[in-house]
Design a protein around this ligand. Structure first.
Ligand code: OOG
Ligand code: MG
Length: 253
C-alpha cells in the first residue's frame, strides 16, 4: 500500500497542526506501511524546518523491551530531532507546549563527522546521559506502528548532559529516573538492545533506508532504557552510573 502525495500531505498537516496548536488528534485511519509513515514524518519535519528550525540529530525508539511493552509496539523506529526540541541541562521546559508530556532516560551519542554513503560505521566521538520528552500527538497517547512513525516517534524535546569522551563502557550502567525527588523508574543501559552501542549500526541502517542524513555534531538518542513517566511541573533528574546526571525543571507556562 502506498499513499499518494495528497493524502500524505494532508496527514502531515494534521500532525503538524496537532503539535503546534497543542491539541491531540485521532489516530490515522488510512492503511499505511512503515515506508509511507516515514514519508509523512519527513513532511512533518519539512514543515518545522520551513518555520526556521534546524536538524539536530536522530532518535531511536523501542530499542528496549520496557518501551515496547509499555506502548504495544514491537519494532525499532527512528525519529528526527530539531534544535527547537533541545533544552539545556539544568534549564526550564515550558510544559504548556506539550499535550501530555512524558520523560524517559536515554543515552546520547554525538556524531563525529558527516556520514558519507560509503561509511560502514556511524562515527561517534562522545557519549552523555540524556533525557527525552515524548509527547504523542494522538489522543490518549495511543497509536499503531505507522501512526507513531508518522508522528516523528513522539519526539518533543531532549536534554543532553555533559559529554564524555568514548571509553566508558556504557553496556550495563544503572539508570534512575527521578521526578520531584521520587525515583519513578530504575533500570540498566543494557535494556537498550543489550548495549546502547548497538543502537548505532541499527540507526545507520534505518537512516540509509529512509534517506535521513547524519552530520557532524548531530545528537543520537539510543532509546529509552525504562518505561516513560508523566512529566508534571517540577524537577526531573536522570542519573546514569559512570556517565552522570542530567536535569530539567518543568514549568506551568
Ligand atoms: C514513542 C517513542 C519511543 C523510545 O525511547 O523508545 C521512544 C513513544 O513511546 O511514544 O522514544
Ligand atoms: Mg525515547
Amino acid at each position: 500500500m502506498t499513499v499518494d502525495t495528497g493524502v500524505l500531505d494532508r496527514l502531515a498537516e494534521r500532525l503538524d497542526t496537532a503539535q503546534h496548536t497543542v491539541t491531540g488528534t485521532e489516530q490515522l485511519s488510512e492503511p499505511l506501511t512503515p515506508a509511507d509513515a516515514y514519508r509523512i514524518q519527513e513532511a512533518v519535519i519539512a514543515r518545522r524546518l520551513a518555520r526556521g528550525e534546524r536538524p539536530a540529530g536522530l532518535k531511536l525508539g523501542f530499542t528496549s523491551e520496557a518501551k515496547r511493552e509499555q506502548m504495544g509496539v514491537s519494532e525499532v523506529i527512528v525519529g528526527r530531532l530539531t534544535d527547537a526540541m533541545r533544552f539545556p541541562d539544568g534549564g526550564e521546559v515550558p510544559l504548556a507546549r506539550f499535550i501530555h508530556p512524558r520523560v524517559e532516560p536515554e543515552v546520547a551519542y554525538r556524531v563525529a563527522r558527516d556520514v558519507a554513503p560509503g561509511d560502514d560505521e556511524l562515527p561517534v566521538d562522545a557519549v552523555a546521559p540524556a533525557l527525552e520528552i515524548i509527547d504523542s500527538r494522538y489522543r490518549n497517547f495511543r497509536f499503531s506502528l505507522p501512526d507513531v512513525i508518522a508522528d516523528n516517534a513522539s519526539s518533543a524535546g531532549f536534554v543532553v548532559g555533559p559529554w564524555l569522551p568514548l571509553g566508558v563502557d556504557v553496556g550495563d550502567l544503572s539508570v534512575r529516573l527521578v521526578v520531584n525527588g521520587d525515583t519513578v523508574e530504575t533500570g540498566s543501559t543494557s535494556a537498550i538492545l543489550g548495549h546502547p552501542e548497538r543502537a548505532l549500526p541499527t540507526l545507520l541502517k534505518i537512516a540509509r533506508r529512509e534517506g535521513m542524513p547524519l552530520r557532524a555534531g548531530d545528537v543520537i538518542l539510543a532509546g529509552g532504557a525504562t518505561s516513560a513517566a508523566p512529566f508534571p511541573p517540577g524537577r526531573v533528574d536522570v542519573h546514569i552510573a559512570d556517565l552522570g546526571t542530567v536535569s530539567v525543571e518543568g514549568t506551568d507556562r
